[in-house]
Design a protein around this ligand. Structure first.
Ligand code: HEC
Ligand code: HEC
Ligand code: HEC
Ligand code: HEC
Ligand code: HEC
Ligand code: HEC
Ligand code: HEC
Ligand code: HEC
Ligand code: HEC
Ligand code: HEC
Length: 489
C-alpha cells in the first residue's frame, strides 16, 4: 500500500508546489492596491499642480463652526461627484460646479458683487471649507480678488476705469481714494478758528469767547472739558467737543435695518447737530425774538410777521382797521391799518436781511438755494429762499469699510493732520491711501508695524454697489425659508 495515500482522489489533492505558486486573485488584489495608491497620488499631484486659487481636492478636516450642524450631511453643500470650486481642474470631466451654488443659496444668498457682473464664480471658489472649526470663511487671500482686479481690461469686465490694475494694498498697487476728491458738504465752518483758544485768530482775531459768555445751560459741559475753569478763561475746544463716535444705536427697533447704512458701533462719528455742537455760542436771537432753527425762510417769514404783529398791536386795539368788518381767526395782519402793516413789513424785511445777508445769523453757517439772497429780500420774496441742505457726509468712503474704534489708540491728528489748520469747510480732511499704508503694509522694520493689509480687511464683496447695506439686507435672504426639521437636514 502506498504510504502517501490520504484517501482522496488525486484531482482534489493540493499540488505539491502549492507554496511556490501565487494566487491570481491575490496578485490582482495587490495590483489594484498599487493602482489605487497611484491614482490617489496622481489626483493629489494634479490637484497641487493644476489648481489655481489654492484649492485642494481632498477634504482636509472639519467644516467651520457655523456649518458644523451639517458636517456629516455632505449633500448640504456638495453635489455628488461634482467639484464645488470654479477653479477646479476636474470640472471638465466631472460636471459643472455651479450646481453647488444653489445648495449654498438655499440657506443664504450671496448677492452679486457688481450689477451686470457675470456670476461666473461659485460660492465654494472663495468660501473654502474643511479648514477647521475656527477657520474664517470670509477672510480671503488677495488672489480671490486680484484674479479679476489685476487686469479688469484684459478680463473684459470693464471698458473704462482709472483703476484697472489693483495688485495689492500699497502705493503702487492700489488707487488713491475716489470718494474723497471733493467735499459735498454745504455747511460753513472754520476748524482753525474753533480750535484756537477763545476762537481768536491772530492779533485782531476778534473778541475772545470766554466761558462766561456761554449760557448757563451749556456752560458746565464746556468748562468740564478744559483745564482753565474760570468764567473769564477763553474757551478751548477739543475734537471731542464736536466729534463723538456713534454708539451704534440704530434708532427705533422696528426700523428696517437694511435701509440704513451699515454703521457698526464705534465705526463712524455722530453727525453734527446745531443744538449739541453750535447753539451754545451761536444762539439764534434777533431783536429779542428767539428764532427757531431748521425752519425754511418761508415758514420763518410767517413766524416773524406774527411775532412783530403781536408785539406791535399788544394793548393797542385802536390800531385795527375799521374798514375790515369781521375779524377772521389767523387773519390779524389783514385787519391792521396800512401804516401799521407797513411798519411790520419793514421790521420783517430788516430782520430777514439780518438773518440771510449779514454773516451774523443763518448766513454765517448756511448757503441758500434759488434766488440771490439780497435780491430776493429787496423784492420782498424772501419766502422763496431755501436753505441749502448741509449734506455733511457721515460715511465718506462709499466703497470701503472703516472703523474709528479699531484705531482709537491713534491720535486724531495722525490721520486728520489738516484739521488743525483748515479754514474753509471745502477742505477735505479725510486721510488718503498714503496715510493708511504707513501701518497697513508688510512688516519691514519697526517703522511699519504690519497691520493686516488683505483686501477683505477693508472691502465688502457682496452687493459691492451697495456696500453700505448691512447683512440684514433683503438681498442676502435665501430663496425661501424652511421649517426647523428641514433646515437641520
Ligand atoms: C458647509 C458646506 C460643506 C459641507 C457640509 C461639506 N463640504 Fe466638502 N467642501 C466644501 C467646500 C466649500 C469645499 C471647497 C474647499 C476648497 O476649495 O478648499 C469643499 C471641498 C471638499 C472636497 C475637495 C473636492 C472639491 O470639490 O474641491 C472634498 C473631497 C469634500 N469637500 C468632501 C466632503 C465630504 C466627504 C463631506 C461630508 C462628510 C463634506 N465635504 C461636507 C463645503 C462643504
Ligand atoms: C443648511 C444651511 C446652510 C447651507 C446649505 C450653507 N450654509 Fe453657510 N451658513 C449657514 C448658517 C446658519 C450660518 C451662520 C449664520 C450666518 O452668518 O448667516 C452660515 C454662515 C456662512 C458664512 C458666514 C461665516 C462668517 O464667518 O461670517 C459664509 C461665508 C457661508 N455660510 C458660506 C456658505 C457657502 C459658501 C455655502 C455653500 C458651499 C454655504 N454657506 C452653505 C447655513 C448654511
Ligand atoms: C470672489 C469671492 C467670493 C465669492 C465668489 C462669494 N463670496 Fe461670499 N463673501 C466674500 C467676501 C470677501 C465676504 C466678506 C465681505 C462681505 O460680506 O461682503 C463674503 C461674505 C459672505 C457671507 C457672510 C456675510 C453675510 O452676508 O452674512 C455669506 C453668507 C456669503 N458670503 C455667501 C456667499 C454665497 C452664497 C456665494 C455664492 C453665491 C458667495 N458668498 C460667493 C467673497 C465671495
Ligand atoms: C469676477 C471678477 C471679480 C472678482 C473676483 C472681484 N471683483 Fe471687484 N469688481 C469687479 C468688477 C467688474 C467691478 C466693477 C468695475 C466697474 O464697474 O468699473 C468691481 C469693482 C470693485 C470695487 C469698486 C466698486 C465697488 O462697488 O465697491 C471694489 C472695491 C472691488 N471690486 C473689490 C473687490 C474685492 C475686495 C474682491 C475680492 C473679495 C473683488 N473685488 C473680487 C470684478 C470682480
Ligand atoms: C466746533 C466744532 C468742531 C470741532 C471742535 C472740530 N470739528 Fe471737525 N467738523 C466740524 C463740522 C461742523 C464739520 C462739517 C463741516 C466741514 O466739512 O468742515 C466737521 C468736519 C470734520 C471732518 C470731516 C471731513 C471734512 O473734510 O469735512 C473731519 C475729518 C474733522 N471734522 C476732524 C476734526 C478733528 C480731527 C478735530 C480736532 C482737531 C475737529 N474736527 C474739531 C466741527 C468741529
Ligand atoms: C465755544 C463756542 C463756539 C462753538 C461751540 C461754535 N462756535 Fe462758531 N464761532 C465762535 C466764535 C467766537 C466765532 C467768531 C465770532 C463770530 O463770527 O461769531 C465763530 C465763528 C464761526 C463762523 C465764522 C468763521 C470764520 O472764521 O469765518 C462759522 C461759520 C461758525 N462759527 C460755525 C460754527 C458751527 C457750524 C458750529 C457748530 C458745529 C460752531 N460754529 C460752534 C464760537 C463757537
Ligand atoms: C452756527 C451755525 C448755524 C446757524 C447760525 C444756523 N444753522 Fe441751520 N444748521 C446748522 C447745522 C450744523 C445744521 C445740520 C445739523 C442739524 O440739523 O442740526 C443745520 C441745519 C439746518 C436746516 C436743515 C436742512 C436740511 O436739509 O436738513 C435748516 C433748514 C436750517 N439749518 C436753517 C437755518 C436757518 C433758517 C437759520 C437762521 C435762522 C440757521 N439754520 C442758522 C448750523 C447753523
Ligand atoms: C487711522 C486713521 C484715523 C484716525 C486715528 C482718526 N480718523 Fe477720523 N476718519 C478716518 C477715515 C478713514 C475717515 C473716513 C471714514 C468714512 O466716513 O468712510 C474718517 C472720518 C472722520 C470724520 C467724518 C465723519 C465720519 O465718521 O466719517 C470725522 C468727524 C472724524 N473722522 C474725526 C476724527 C476724530 C475726532 C478722531 C480722533 C478721536 C479721528 N477721526 C481719528 C481716519 C481716522
Ligand atoms: C497707526 C497705524 C494705522 C493707520 C495709519 C491706519 N490703520 Fe487701519 N488698523 C490699524 C490696526 C493696528 C488695526 C487693527 C489690527 C488689524 O486688523 O490688523 C487696523 C484695522 C483696520 C480695519 C479693520 C477694522 C475692523 O474692525 O474691521 C480697517 C478697515 C482699517 N484698519 C482701515 C484703515 C484705513 C482705510 C486707513 C487709512 C485711512 C487706516 N486703516 C490707517 C492700524 C492703522
Ligand atoms: C487698508 C484698507 C484697504 C485695503 C487693504 C485694500 N483697499 Fe481697496 N480701497 C480702500 C479704500 C479706502 C478705497 C477708496 C474707496 C472709496 O473711495 O470709496 C479703495 C478703493 C479700491 C478700489 C477702487 C474703487 C474705486 O471705485 O475707485 C478697488 C478696485 C479696490 N480698492 C480693490 C482692492 C483690492 C483688490 C485690494 C486687495 C489687493 C484692496 N483694495 C485692498 C481701502 C483698502
Amino acid at each position: 500500500m502506498p504510504a502517501h495515500d490520504a484517501g482522496k482522489p488525486a484531482s482534489t489533492r493540493p499540488p505539491l508546489d502549492v507554496h511556490q505558486r501565487v494566487d491570481p486573485l491575490l496578485r490582482w488584489k495587490e495590483r489594484l492596491g498599487y493602482l489605487a495608491l497611484l491614482a490617489t497620488l496622481a489626483w493629489l499631484g494634479l490637484s497641487v499642480a493644476l489648481s489655481g486659487q489654492a484649492d485642494f481636492h481632498a477634504s482636509r478636516g472639519p467644516v467651520a463652526a457655523v456649518h458644523q450642524n451639517w458636517e456629516t450631511n455632505c449633500q448640504t453643500c456638495h453635489v455628488d461627484f461634482t467639484p464645488i470650486s470654479s477653479h477646479s481642474w476636474a470640472a471638465p470631466f466631472l460636471g459643472d460646479p455651479a450646481q453647488s451654488t444653489q445648495r449654498c443659496e438655499s440657506c443664504h444668498a450671496g448677492p452679486t458683487h457688481h450689477v451686470g457682473q457675470p456670476p461666473d464664480l461659485t460660492c465654494g471658489s472663495c468660501h473654502r471649507e474643511h479648514r477647521g472649526r475656527d477657520a474664517s470663511l470670509v477672510n480671503l487671500p488677495d488672489s480671490d480678488c486680484t484674479q479679476c482686479h489685476r487686469d479688469l481690461y484684459k478680463n473684459a469686465l470693464v471698458k473704462e476705469t482709472s483703476w484697472a490694475d489693483v495688485s495689492r494694498f500699497s502705493a503702487d498697487g492700489h488707487p488713491t481714494f475716489r470718494s474723497i476728491k471733493t467735499d459735498p458738504g454745504k455747511l460753513k465752518f472754520n476748524h482753525q478758528r474753533h480750535l484756537a483758544a477763545g476762537m481768536a485768530l491772530g492779533k485782531d482775531g476778534g473778541t475772545i469767547q470766554t466761558l462766561g459768555k456761554i449760557p448757563e445751560s451749556h456752560r458746565k459741559r464746556y468748562r468740564d472739558q478744559q483745564a482753565q475753569k474760570a468764567d473769564d478763561a477763553p474757551v478751548q475746544l477739543q475734537c471731542a467737543s464736536c466729534h463723538q463716535v456713534d454708539p451704534g444705536d440704530l434708532g427705533p427697533a422696528d426700523f428696517p435695518l437694511s435701509l440704513l447704512n451699515q454703521r457698526p458701533a464705534g465705526a463712524y462719528m455722530l453727525p453734527i447737530s446745531y443744538e449739541n455742537q453750535c447753539q451754545a455760542c451761536h444762539p439764534l436771537t434777533l431783536d429779542q425774538i428767539a428764532v427757531p432753527h431748521r425752519w425754511q425762510p418761508s415758514a420763518l417769514h410767517a413766524y416773524l410777521e406774527d411775532s412783530f404783529t403781536a408785539r406791535l398791536v399788544r394793548g393797542q386795539a385802536g390800531l385795527l382797521d375799521k374798514k375790515t368788518v369781521r375779524p377772521l381767526p389767523g387773519k390779524l395782519p389783514d385787519m391792521l391799518t396800512p401804516t401799521l402793516r407797513e411798519a411790520i413789513a419793514g421790521k420783517v424785511e430788516f430782520a430777514e436781511k439780518d438773518l440771510y445777508v449779514s454773516k451774523r445769523l443763518c448766513a454765517e453757517c448756511h448757503y441758500f438755494e434759488g434766488k440771490s439772497v439780497a435780491e430776493a429780500i429787496k423784492r420782498g420774496v424772501a419766502p422763496d429762499l431755501r436753505v441749502a441742505p448741509p449734506n455733511v457726509p457721515t460715511v465718506w468712503l462709499q466703497h470701503a469699510k472703516f472703523n474709528h474704534r479699531s484705531h482709537r489708540a491713534v491720535q486724531c491728528a495722525d490721520c486728520h493732520a489738516a484739521a488743525a489748520t483748515s479754514e474753509v469747510h471745502t477742505d477735505v480732511l479725510i486721510p488718503d491711501r498714503d496715510v493708511c499704508v504707513k501701518c497697513h503694509a508688510p512688516v519691514t522694520s519697526q517703522a511699519t508695524p504690519g497691520a493686516r493689509f488683505n483686501c477683505t480687511e477693508c472691502h465688502m464683496y457682496h452687493n459691492g454697489d451697495h456696500g453700505g447695506q448691512g447683512v440684514g439686507a433683503a438681498s442676502r435672504k435665501p430663496a425661501s425659508a424652511r421649517g426647523l426639521a428641514d433646515f437641520l437636514k
